[in-house]
Design a protein around this ligand. Structure first.
Ligand code: PXP
Length: 258
């Protein structure tokens, strides 16, 4: 199992002070030494954390491949084609969201032209999709290289069932509260992710997964045999505050490579 570490939240911390520190580029070398396989970053239209100069510097200097997440907006795609990361993961974006909510809508107006343009620039394309077999079958027709399965529902169910979050101000109001319903939902959700991973792999596409994965919920996802890579950000960066980025990454690798 390969690990892509999403370093957006290093830039979130920098933007909290609007200065130059901490620099996300420094993380790249620590992550390489810790055994990560890839650097993931999200150039959002509102530039709330990663800025284009980060993408340019990191792409130019990273010894690890770069997986750049972005929306299908023509200006962003134009910029990304000039920077040429190894891979682009197309994601939906809403201005007001805290983090990426839900997978990509395959009817998004600029999706097909974005894929064509990226492929012309020899950039691998991955689509961030909700785990839905019908959507995956449609995505197969779009000449992409990979699908990243959205694990947000799994993560939210897991937090609600097994943490103190439901009693805190950040409780997720859309989640069921009853423990036995949560347990059944978790089972259904995992089985669905397993079926979607199998389908994606049978279609000949690479299968990745990510969103909301942490040290508590990652193992069942890491055990899905068709998934070759996990992209994890918030939990690793959060843990790195206490144990350092090197150790936080190692701890995650120990869990997913068991
Ligand atoms: N994969 C994709 C496509 C994402 O948009 C994100 C969040 O930016 C992640 C993975 C990482 O999610 P998290 O920060 O919750 O680990």
């Amino acid at each position: 199992m390969l690990l892509g570490v999403n370093i957006d939240h290093i830039a979130t911390l920098r933007e909290a002070r609007k200065i130059h520190d901490p620099n996300p580029l420094e993380a790249v070398f620590i992550l390489q030494n810790a055994g990560a396989s890839q650097i993931t970053l999200h150039l959002r239209e509102d530039r709330r954390h990663i800025h284009e100069e980060d993408v340019i510097n990191i792409c130019a200097n990273s010894p690890l491949p770069i997986n750049l997440e972005c929306a299908c907006s023509p200006e962003i795609i134009e910029l990304v084609c000039s920077i040429r990361p190894h891979r682009v993961t197309l994601v939906p974006e809403k201005r007001e969201e805290v983090t990426t909510e839900g997978g990509l809508n395959l009817l998004s107006p600029h999706l097909l032209s974005s894929i064509t343009k990226l492929k012309k620039h020899e950039i691998d394309v991955s689509l961030f999709l909700d785990p839905c077999e019908q959507t995956i079958n449609k995505a197969y027709e779009m000449d992409v290289d990979a699908i990243e399965l959205h694990t947000g529902e799994w993560s939210n169910l897991f937090l609600t069932a097994y943490s103190n979050l439901p009693r805190m101000h950040n409780a997720i109001s859309s989640m069921p509260q009853n423990r036995s319903i949560l347990t059944q939902e978790l089972k259904r959700c995992l089985e669905n992710l397993q079926a979607c991973a199998k389908l994606t792999s049978n279609l000949g596409l690479k299968v990745y997964a990510g969103h909301g994965l942490n040290y508590q919920n990652v193992i069942p996802i890491a055990k899905i045999p068709q998934i070759s890579e996990l992209n994890i950000g918030h939990s690793i960066i959060a843990r790195s505050i206490f144990v350092g980025l090197f150790e936080a990454t190692k701890e995650m690798l120990r869990l997913i490579q068991k």
